[in-house]
Design a binder for this molecule. Structure first.
Ligand SMILES: [Zn+2]
Length: 637
């Protein structure tokens, strides 16, 4: 798939969308269903353009192709705003007799009208134009923001002592050079293990510095982005961007987010006190004068505490977690639980030879496609994400979802590509997004309902799927020692399970602090405070761990470039609460297939057809609440 292919297809679709818009504005169908269908078709065409380029922009190895994607994305944003601001379409949809429509159709109309108001359709001409300009500016700045992070991989030279404590396969992949130094990059397969295991405190600090120094150009870009977001919100009649951004979510208002975070912090306090004391005791053993722990050093100290308390050493698990067998295990699990099967295919077009593509069936019927782009390479997104490449709509088009991750690469490593247990948790997490996309993409009819209306529900199916990798039943199926072929010992799995939740107090506090930073970065007029000092102030107010001074945080924080998470990083904790309650619906254990099918059909399949809270209530037989989340937190050591 070349830059020219992407351009011609994108431009063709944009031209199609423009034609449809002109026709709709000139003569909108009078019959409600036909009108909704025409509006929805237009939205689908725009969605297809935007979703394809937003994936390729993050993964295409050719810089020219990535630039074409950015250009097409800018055009599609402009056209989407133009459609959302169309007064003739808004008036026609508003006039629809909604009592003549079924539930999902009525909801599609209502949500589309809400989107149009949020795009400024009801404003006067001058402010509509201003909103268009600001949207275009926001798109451009978000592109710059993401590109600056993607393109900035740092390599740090560290003394050989940096490898003390690292697993053998990692040491083999990082030979000591003639100058006595080892080279470690800020890419996740390098960065994660070193920050977790290296006994060299100075080496951990040096790598953390490099990591949080990335994307210096974003210092200015992010403040411009925050200002543009604020101006857009004010133009649309909101007090600030946080109020605008949260309005269409379950969380709904900044006040609710603050209250929610206060509540979560209160629940985390006692376990976090105990856990922090345990971590500090470990730090003092290394250095009797230690009085504090750096926020970059949490993983290292947690790993040691888990080792001492539960005899859980993640390095002991690594030889059982070879990338390819993990991948197959996840596909098999999805088949057993959710009735999905995956068949490897070689499609005519792909963006890189390392990407694996599969066709999917559900209950034996064709159900779409997935692509797994799982290993780091230059110019590729540095995070772990699931993208909708093509939206699935029942009877209209099959879903195609893509995982973009940065796991160890079997074809690039000198030995087997062993994964950290935590990386496997992430794999399950991202796969949860993918299963959700496929399942709802075969049940939902309207493009507007192709994903849950409330984005803060989006992490719940993924958080829920994470729990599976701690099940003996699951691990026993595939986790075999890479050298001996012996299955993972039951005793080791018990220790993995015992250690799982230890530290949740401090990690939940950490996540609540990030959530608060994300909110405060988008409240009030951002011109009053630069992002770095504001984030730091809130981190110091709410975190017990010492902050890294002089770093570029938060401008290398991927989520801040993504509008869905911008003021709403609390999405993760919000979804965690829902996921913990969903778990209570599996009274007979996670491998209960009947419960898994009910979960698939009642929670995943509805997509945006009904409010997310209603879907969860249908599964649980009651409204969800935060009790299960808090109980687990209280028991976390
Ligand atoms: Zn996620």
């Amino acid at each position: 798939m070349t830059a020219a292919d992407i351009r011609s297809r994108g431009e063709g679709r944009l031209a199609d969308a423009r034609d449809r818009l002109v026709k709709l504005e000139a003569s909108a169908p009078r019959e409600p269903h036909a009108l909704l269908r025409a509006v929805d078709e237009l939205q689908l065409v725009l969605w297809n353009v935007a979703s394809e380029v937003s994936v390729l922009m993050n993964v295409h190895p050719d810089v020219a192709a990535r630039e074409v994607c950015e250009a097409i994305q800018r055009e599609s944003t402009t056209l989407s705003v133009r459609v959302a601001q169309s007064r003739p379409i808004y008036d026609a949809l508003s006039a629809v007799d909604r009592t003549a429509l079924d539930g999902p159709a009525r909801r599609a109309v209502e949500l589309t009208l809400m989107d149009m108001r949020r795009a400024g359709v009801a404003l006067d001409e001058e402010r509509r134009k201003r909103a268009q300009e600001l949207r275009a500016r926001i798109t451009r700045l978000s592109q710059d923001y993401g590109r600056n992070i993607r393109d900035d991989v740092r390599t740090v030279e560290l003394p050989a002592s940096a490898l003390d404590g690292l697993p053998a396969d990692y040491r083999a992949a990082h030979p000591v050079g003639a100058n006595g130094a080892v080279k470690v990059t800020t890419d996740p397969p390098d960065h994660g293990p070193l920050m977790t295991y290296s006994r060299d405190k100075a080496a951990r600090l040096a790598l953390a510095r490099a990591y949080y120094d990335r994307a210096p150009a974003n210092v200015s870009i992010f403040d411009q982005l925050r200002a543009a977001r604020h101006d857009l919100a004010v133009t649309l009649g909101y007090p600030d961007f946080a109020a605008y951004n949260l309005e269409d979510k379950m969380m709904a208002t900044p006040e609710n987010v603050d209250r929610f975070l206060d509540d979560v912090r209160a629940a985390a306090r006692a376990p976090a006190d105990r856990q922090y004391a345990a971590l500090l005791e470990i730090a003092k053993r290394d250095d009797p004068a230690a009085t504090e722990i750096g926020s970059w050093d949490i993983q290292y100290h947690l790993a040691r505490a888990k080792d001492e308390r539960f005899r859980f050493d993640p390095r002991e698990v690594r030889p059982y977690l070879e990338y390819r067998s993990v991948r197959q295990a996840i596909l098999d699990l999805a088949s057993e639980l959710f009735g999905l099967t995956f068949t490897r295919i070689d499609p005519e077009e792909t963006w890189h030879e390392s990407v694996e593509h599969f066709s999917v069936t559900m209950d034996g019927k064709p159900a779409g496609f997935i692509s797994l782009d799982m290993h780091p390479r230059p110019g590729k997104n540095k995070w772990f994400t699931s993208f909708g490449y093509r939206l699935g709509l029942k009877g209209r088009q099959l879903p195609h979802n893509v995982l973009v991750c940065n796991f160890p690469d079997p074809s690039a490593s000198r030995g087997p590509a062993l994964m950290e247990h935590q990386q496997v948790v992430t794999f399950f997490h991202e796969f949860g997004h993918l299963v959700h996309g496929i399942v709802r993409g075969n049940a939902v009819e309207w493009a507007r309902l192709g994903r849950p209306a409330e984005n803060d529900f989006m992490e719940a199916p993924s958080r829920f799927l994470e729990d599976y990798i701690f099940e003996l039943d699951v691990l026993r199926r595939f986790a075999k020692h890479v050298e001996t072929g012996a299955p993972i010992p039951e005793d080791l799995v018990k220790r993995v399970q015992a250690a799982r939740d230890f530290g949740r107090g401090v990690t939940v506090e950490q996540s609540a602090s990030l959530s608060r930073q994300s909110l405060k970065l988008h409240q009030g007029d951002p011109r009053a405070r630069d992002a770095r000092s504001l984030a730091r102030e809130w981190a110091e107010r709410e975190q017990r761990f010492t902050q890294l001074d002089g770093s570029n945080w938060p401008v290398n924080w991927e989520h801040m470039g993504n509008e869905a998470y911008s003021a709403a990083y609390a999405t993760y904790l919000w979804s965690d609460c829902i996921a913990a309650d969903i778990r209570t619906g599996f009274a007979n254990g996670l491998m209960d297939r009947a419960a898994a099918r009910r979960y698939r059909d009642l929670v995943l399949a509805p997509g945006g057809n009904i409010p997310a809270a209603d879907a969860v209530a249908a599964f649980l037989g009651r409204p969800y609440d935060t009790r299960a989340f808090k109980e687990r937190l209280a028991k976390s050591g």
